[in-house]
Design a protein. Structure first.
Length: 345
Protein backbone atom coordinates (compact mmCIF):
# COMPACT_ATOMS: atom_id res chain seq x y z
CA UNK A 1 0.00 0.00 0.00
CA UNK A 2 0.86 3.66 -0.17
CA UNK A 3 0.21 4.98 3.34
CA UNK A 4 -0.12 8.62 4.35
CA UNK A 5 1.26 8.75 7.92
CA UNK A 6 0.64 11.95 9.86
CA UNK A 7 3.09 12.79 12.62
CA UNK A 8 5.69 10.53 11.06
CA UNK A 9 8.64 12.50 12.46
CA UNK A 10 7.44 12.00 16.03
CA UNK A 11 8.17 9.15 18.40
CA UNK A 12 5.48 6.60 17.55
CA UNK A 13 4.90 7.88 14.03
CA UNK A 14 8.55 7.47 13.06
CA UNK A 15 8.52 3.88 14.32
CA UNK A 16 5.51 3.22 12.07
CA UNK A 17 7.25 4.89 9.12
CA UNK A 18 10.39 2.81 9.56
CA UNK A 19 8.42 -0.42 9.96
CA UNK A 20 6.13 0.28 7.01
CA UNK A 21 9.10 0.80 4.69
CA UNK A 22 10.72 -2.41 5.93
CA UNK A 23 7.42 -4.24 5.28
CA UNK A 24 7.40 -3.06 1.66
CA UNK A 25 4.85 -0.25 1.80
CA UNK A 26 5.27 3.19 0.24
CA UNK A 27 5.06 5.99 2.82
CA UNK A 28 4.16 9.65 2.63
CA UNK A 29 5.27 11.21 5.92
CA UNK A 30 3.24 14.34 6.76
CA UNK A 31 4.60 16.29 9.72
CA UNK A 32 4.52 19.94 10.78
CA UNK A 33 7.92 19.55 12.51
CA UNK A 34 6.82 21.14 15.77
CA UNK A 35 9.01 20.99 18.89
CA UNK A 36 8.74 17.22 19.49
CA UNK A 37 9.40 16.15 15.88
CA UNK A 38 12.82 15.23 14.53
CA UNK A 39 13.69 14.15 11.01
CA UNK A 40 16.66 12.23 12.40
CA UNK A 41 14.02 9.73 13.59
CA UNK A 42 13.45 8.65 9.97
CA UNK A 43 16.98 9.19 8.63
CA UNK A 44 17.35 5.44 8.06
CA UNK A 45 14.62 5.49 5.39
CA UNK A 46 14.88 9.06 4.11
CA UNK A 47 16.62 8.02 0.87
CA UNK A 48 14.36 5.07 0.16
CA UNK A 49 12.59 5.33 -3.22
CA UNK A 50 9.23 4.55 -1.59
CA UNK A 51 9.50 7.33 1.02
CA UNK A 52 8.32 10.92 0.62
CA UNK A 53 8.17 13.74 3.16
CA UNK A 54 5.66 16.59 3.26
CA UNK A 55 6.08 19.35 5.82
CA UNK A 56 2.52 20.45 6.54
CA UNK A 57 0.18 21.13 9.44
CA UNK A 58 -3.02 19.12 9.75
CA UNK A 59 -4.76 22.39 10.64
CA UNK A 60 -4.05 23.57 7.07
CA UNK A 61 -6.88 22.16 4.97
CA UNK A 62 -5.54 23.44 1.65
CA UNK A 63 -2.22 21.69 2.25
CA UNK A 64 -4.02 18.45 3.09
CA UNK A 65 -6.08 18.58 -0.11
CA UNK A 66 -2.91 19.13 -2.13
CA UNK A 67 -1.11 16.22 -0.46
CA UNK A 68 -4.00 13.81 -1.06
CA UNK A 69 -4.27 14.87 -4.70
CA UNK A 70 -0.52 14.63 -5.27
CA UNK A 71 0.22 11.31 -3.57
CA UNK A 72 -3.12 9.48 -3.81
CA UNK A 73 -2.65 7.20 -0.77
CA UNK A 74 -4.40 3.87 -0.27
CA UNK A 75 -4.72 4.49 3.46
CA UNK A 76 -4.20 7.07 6.19
CA UNK A 77 -2.60 6.43 9.57
CA UNK A 78 -3.31 9.45 11.75
CA UNK A 79 -0.76 9.86 14.56
CA UNK A 80 -0.16 13.63 14.47
CA UNK A 81 -1.11 15.06 17.86
CA UNK A 82 -0.03 17.15 20.78
CA UNK A 83 0.57 14.45 23.36
CA UNK A 84 2.30 15.65 26.55
CA UNK A 85 -0.15 15.86 29.45
CA UNK A 86 1.94 18.40 31.37
CA UNK A 87 2.02 20.75 28.37
CA UNK A 88 -1.75 20.37 27.97
CA UNK A 89 -2.21 21.63 31.54
CA UNK A 90 -0.11 24.74 30.85
CA UNK A 91 -1.43 25.43 27.33
CA UNK A 92 -4.58 23.53 26.38
CA UNK A 93 -5.27 25.65 23.29
CA UNK A 94 -2.66 23.90 21.12
CA UNK A 95 -4.22 20.55 22.03
CA UNK A 96 -7.70 21.67 21.04
CA UNK A 97 -6.50 23.11 17.73
CA UNK A 98 -4.29 20.21 16.69
CA UNK A 99 -6.03 17.18 18.13
CA UNK A 100 -9.62 18.24 17.45
CA UNK A 101 -9.60 20.80 14.63
CA UNK A 102 -6.66 19.10 12.93
CA UNK A 103 -8.41 15.73 13.01
CA UNK A 104 -11.57 17.34 11.61
CA UNK A 105 -9.56 18.82 8.72
CA UNK A 106 -7.89 15.49 8.00
CA UNK A 107 -11.20 13.65 8.06
CA UNK A 108 -12.72 16.14 5.64
CA UNK A 109 -9.72 16.01 3.31
CA UNK A 110 -9.78 12.20 3.40
CA UNK A 111 -13.54 12.12 2.78
CA UNK A 112 -13.23 14.45 -0.21
CA UNK A 113 -10.40 12.40 -1.69
CA UNK A 114 -12.18 9.08 -1.04
CA UNK A 115 -15.45 10.31 -2.53
CA UNK A 116 -13.82 11.73 -5.65
CA UNK A 117 -11.92 8.45 -6.11
CA UNK A 118 -15.24 6.55 -6.26
CA UNK A 119 -15.32 5.48 -2.60
CA UNK A 120 -12.86 2.56 -2.99
CA UNK A 121 -13.66 -0.26 -0.58
CA UNK A 122 -10.02 -0.91 0.25
CA UNK A 123 -9.38 2.62 1.55
CA UNK A 124 -8.86 2.93 5.32
CA UNK A 125 -8.57 5.84 7.74
CA UNK A 126 -6.75 4.51 10.81
CA UNK A 127 -7.02 6.80 13.81
CA UNK A 128 -4.42 6.18 16.52
CA UNK A 129 -5.46 7.20 20.04
CA UNK A 130 -4.64 6.56 23.68
CA UNK A 131 -5.98 4.63 26.67
CA UNK A 132 -6.08 7.92 28.58
CA UNK A 133 -9.49 8.67 27.02
CA UNK A 134 -10.94 6.04 29.38
CA UNK A 135 -9.89 7.89 32.54
CA UNK A 136 -8.42 6.30 35.64
CA UNK A 137 -8.68 2.78 37.07
CA UNK A 138 -8.57 1.62 40.65
CA UNK A 139 -6.42 -1.26 41.85
CA UNK A 140 -8.24 -3.78 39.67
CA UNK A 141 -9.86 -3.97 36.24
CA UNK A 142 -8.75 -3.17 32.71
CA UNK A 143 -9.88 -0.95 29.87
CA UNK A 144 -11.77 -2.71 27.07
CA UNK A 145 -13.01 -1.34 23.78
CA UNK A 146 -16.44 -0.77 25.37
CA UNK A 147 -15.19 1.11 28.46
CA UNK A 148 -16.98 4.44 28.85
CA UNK A 149 -14.94 7.52 28.05
CA UNK A 150 -13.89 9.58 31.10
CA UNK A 151 -10.98 11.87 30.09
CA UNK A 152 -9.44 13.84 32.95
CA UNK A 153 -6.82 16.13 31.35
CA UNK A 154 -6.93 18.60 28.45
CA UNK A 155 -4.80 16.13 26.47
CA UNK A 156 -7.04 13.11 27.01
CA UNK A 157 -10.18 15.20 26.48
CA UNK A 158 -8.87 16.40 23.12
CA UNK A 159 -8.03 12.84 22.08
CA UNK A 160 -11.45 11.62 23.20
CA UNK A 161 -13.04 14.31 21.05
CA UNK A 162 -10.99 13.23 18.05
CA UNK A 163 -12.08 9.60 18.58
CA UNK A 164 -15.70 10.71 18.55
CA UNK A 165 -15.18 12.70 15.34
CA UNK A 166 -13.72 9.66 13.57
CA UNK A 167 -16.64 7.46 14.61
CA UNK A 168 -19.11 10.15 13.55
CA UNK A 169 -17.54 10.43 10.07
CA UNK A 170 -17.82 6.66 9.73
CA UNK A 171 -21.48 6.63 10.74
CA UNK A 172 -22.58 9.79 8.93
CA UNK A 173 -20.53 9.66 5.74
CA UNK A 174 -19.56 6.00 5.52
CA UNK A 175 -15.84 6.76 5.69
CA UNK A 176 -14.08 3.39 6.25
CA UNK A 177 -12.23 3.71 9.55
CA UNK A 178 -10.43 1.66 12.17
CA UNK A 179 -9.37 2.96 15.58
CA UNK A 180 -6.77 1.91 18.12
CA UNK A 181 -6.16 3.00 21.71
CA UNK A 182 -2.74 2.20 23.12
CA UNK A 183 -1.04 2.09 26.49
CA UNK A 184 2.13 4.04 27.37
CA UNK A 185 4.84 3.69 24.72
CA UNK A 186 8.61 3.74 25.26
CA UNK A 187 11.75 2.91 23.32
CA UNK A 188 14.29 4.50 20.94
CA UNK A 189 13.71 8.08 19.74
CA UNK A 190 11.43 8.92 22.68
CA UNK A 191 11.40 12.72 23.03
CA UNK A 192 13.32 13.71 26.20
CA UNK A 193 10.42 15.28 28.11
CA UNK A 194 8.62 11.98 28.80
CA UNK A 195 9.18 9.90 31.94
CA UNK A 196 11.60 7.20 30.75
CA UNK A 197 13.99 9.47 28.83
CA UNK A 198 13.84 12.03 31.66
CA UNK A 199 14.96 9.32 34.09
CA UNK A 200 17.80 8.16 31.84
CA UNK A 201 19.10 11.62 30.96
CA UNK A 202 18.80 13.07 34.46
CA UNK A 203 20.65 10.06 35.84
CA UNK A 204 23.44 10.39 33.29
CA UNK A 205 23.81 14.08 34.18
CA UNK A 206 23.77 13.43 37.93
CA UNK A 207 20.54 15.39 38.41
CA UNK A 208 17.63 14.45 40.62
CA UNK A 209 15.16 11.98 39.13
CA UNK A 210 11.67 13.37 39.79
CA UNK A 211 8.77 11.04 40.59
CA UNK A 212 5.29 12.53 40.93
CA UNK A 213 3.55 11.94 44.26
CA UNK A 214 4.59 8.71 45.91
CA UNK A 215 5.32 6.85 42.65
CA UNK A 216 2.35 4.51 43.00
CA UNK A 217 0.71 5.49 39.70
CA UNK A 218 0.58 2.43 37.44
CA UNK A 219 0.98 2.28 33.66
CA UNK A 220 0.97 -0.56 31.12
CA UNK A 221 4.21 -0.17 29.13
CA UNK A 222 4.29 -0.97 25.41
CA UNK A 223 7.55 -1.11 23.45
CA UNK A 224 7.16 1.26 20.52
CA UNK A 225 8.29 -1.21 17.85
CA UNK A 226 5.70 -3.73 19.08
CA UNK A 227 3.13 -0.95 18.78
CA UNK A 228 4.18 -0.17 15.20
CA UNK A 229 3.72 -3.83 14.25
CA UNK A 230 0.25 -3.87 15.83
CA UNK A 231 -0.81 -0.66 14.08
CA UNK A 232 0.13 -1.93 10.64
CA UNK A 233 -1.64 -5.22 11.35
CA UNK A 234 -4.85 -3.41 12.35
CA UNK A 235 -4.64 -1.22 9.25
CA UNK A 236 -4.47 -4.25 6.97
CA UNK A 237 -6.60 -6.83 8.78
CA UNK A 238 -8.72 -5.00 11.34
CA UNK A 239 -12.49 -5.11 10.91
CA UNK A 240 -14.04 -2.02 9.37
CA UNK A 241 -15.37 0.57 11.85
CA UNK A 242 -13.95 -1.42 14.78
CA UNK A 243 -11.61 -0.33 17.56
CA UNK A 244 -8.74 -2.30 19.07
CA UNK A 245 -6.97 -1.73 22.38
CA UNK A 246 -3.20 -2.29 22.15
CA UNK A 247 -1.38 -2.96 25.42
CA UNK A 248 2.04 -4.14 26.45
CA UNK A 249 0.83 -6.51 29.19
CA UNK A 250 3.56 -4.93 31.33
CA UNK A 251 2.03 -3.07 34.29
CA UNK A 252 4.49 -1.30 36.56
CA UNK A 253 4.22 1.50 39.09
CA UNK A 254 6.25 4.58 38.26
CA UNK A 255 8.53 3.89 41.21
CA UNK A 256 9.15 0.28 40.12
CA UNK A 257 9.87 1.47 36.58
CA UNK A 258 12.37 4.10 37.70
CA UNK A 259 14.12 1.68 40.03
CA UNK A 260 14.49 -0.81 37.16
CA UNK A 261 16.03 1.84 34.91
CA UNK A 262 18.44 2.84 37.67
CA UNK A 263 19.56 -0.77 38.15
CA UNK A 264 20.18 -1.12 34.40
CA UNK A 265 22.23 2.09 34.41
CA UNK A 266 24.17 0.87 37.45
CA UNK A 267 25.26 -2.07 35.32
CA UNK A 268 25.78 -0.39 31.94
CA UNK A 269 27.16 3.01 33.06
CA UNK A 270 28.43 2.46 36.62
CA UNK A 271 29.35 5.33 38.92
CA UNK A 272 30.04 5.74 42.61
CA UNK A 273 26.86 4.71 44.40
CA UNK A 274 23.57 3.87 42.75
CA UNK A 275 21.58 6.03 40.35
CA UNK A 276 18.56 5.25 42.56
CA UNK A 277 20.06 7.65 45.12
CA UNK A 278 18.97 10.46 42.75
CA UNK A 279 15.26 9.60 43.06
CA UNK A 280 13.27 12.55 44.43
CA UNK A 281 9.53 12.65 45.09
CA UNK A 282 7.90 15.87 43.84
CA UNK A 283 4.44 17.44 44.04
CA UNK A 284 1.99 15.41 41.98
CA UNK A 285 0.52 16.53 38.67
CA UNK A 286 -3.04 17.97 38.91
CA UNK A 287 -5.62 15.29 38.10
CA UNK A 288 -2.96 12.57 37.82
CA UNK A 289 -4.67 9.31 36.78
CA UNK A 290 -3.95 6.51 39.24
CA UNK A 291 -3.76 3.53 36.91
CA UNK A 292 -4.11 2.55 33.26
CA UNK A 293 -4.36 -1.08 32.15
CA UNK A 294 -5.33 -2.50 28.76
CA UNK A 295 -7.32 -5.66 28.11
CA UNK A 296 -5.85 -6.82 24.76
CA UNK A 297 -8.23 -9.74 24.24
CA UNK A 298 -9.83 -8.41 21.05
CA UNK A 299 -6.62 -7.81 19.09
CA UNK A 300 -5.20 -11.11 20.36
CA UNK A 301 -8.27 -13.18 19.46
CA UNK A 302 -9.21 -11.49 16.19
CA UNK A 303 -5.80 -10.64 14.74
CA UNK A 304 -3.41 -12.92 16.61
CA UNK A 305 -1.25 -10.11 17.97
CA UNK A 306 0.59 -10.08 21.28
CA UNK A 307 3.52 -7.93 22.43
CA UNK A 308 6.89 -9.60 21.94
CA UNK A 309 9.00 -7.46 24.30
CA UNK A 310 8.81 -7.60 28.10
CA UNK A 311 9.30 -4.36 29.99
CA UNK A 312 12.64 -5.57 31.39
CA UNK A 313 13.94 -6.43 27.91
CA UNK A 314 12.53 -3.22 26.44
CA UNK A 315 14.04 -1.00 29.12
CA UNK A 316 17.44 -2.66 28.59
CA UNK A 317 17.21 -1.95 24.86
CA UNK A 318 16.06 1.61 25.51
CA UNK A 319 18.83 2.46 27.98
CA UNK A 320 21.45 1.02 25.62
CA UNK A 321 20.01 3.07 22.76
CA UNK A 322 20.27 6.32 24.74
CA UNK A 323 23.83 5.48 25.78
CA UNK A 324 24.76 4.80 22.14
CA UNK A 325 22.94 7.81 20.62
CA UNK A 326 24.01 10.80 22.65
CA UNK A 327 24.17 12.99 19.56
CA UNK A 328 20.45 12.49 18.95
CA UNK A 329 19.23 13.52 22.38
CA UNK A 330 21.83 16.21 23.08
CA UNK A 331 20.54 18.15 20.08
CA UNK A 332 17.02 18.15 21.57
CA UNK A 333 17.83 19.30 25.09
CA UNK A 334 17.69 22.98 24.11
CA UNK A 335 14.14 22.81 22.75
CA UNK A 336 11.40 24.74 24.48
CA UNK A 337 10.34 23.25 27.81
CA UNK A 338 12.73 20.30 27.79
CA UNK A 339 14.24 19.79 31.22
CA UNK A 340 11.70 22.06 32.92
CA UNK A 341 8.91 21.07 35.30
CA UNK A 342 5.66 21.67 33.41
CA UNK A 343 1.99 21.14 34.21
CA UNK A 344 1.79 22.30 37.80
CA UNK A 345 -1.52 24.03 37.19
Amino acid sequence: MKILITGGAGFIGSAVVRRAIVDGHAVVNLDALTYAACLDNVASVADHPDYAFEQADIRDRAALDRIFATHRPDAVMHLAAESHVDRSIDGPGDFIETNITGTFNLLEAARKYWTEAGRPEAFRFHHISTDEVFGSLGATGQFTETTSYDPRSPYSASKAASDHLVRAWAETYGLPVVLTNCSNNYGPFHFPEKLIPVVILNALHGRSIPIYGDGSNVRDWLYVEDHADALLLVLQKGALNRSYNIGGENERSNLELVQTICSILDRLAPKDGSYADLITFVTDRPGHDARYAIDPTRIRDELGWRPSVTVEEGLERTVRWYLDNRGWWQALLERDGVGQRLGQG
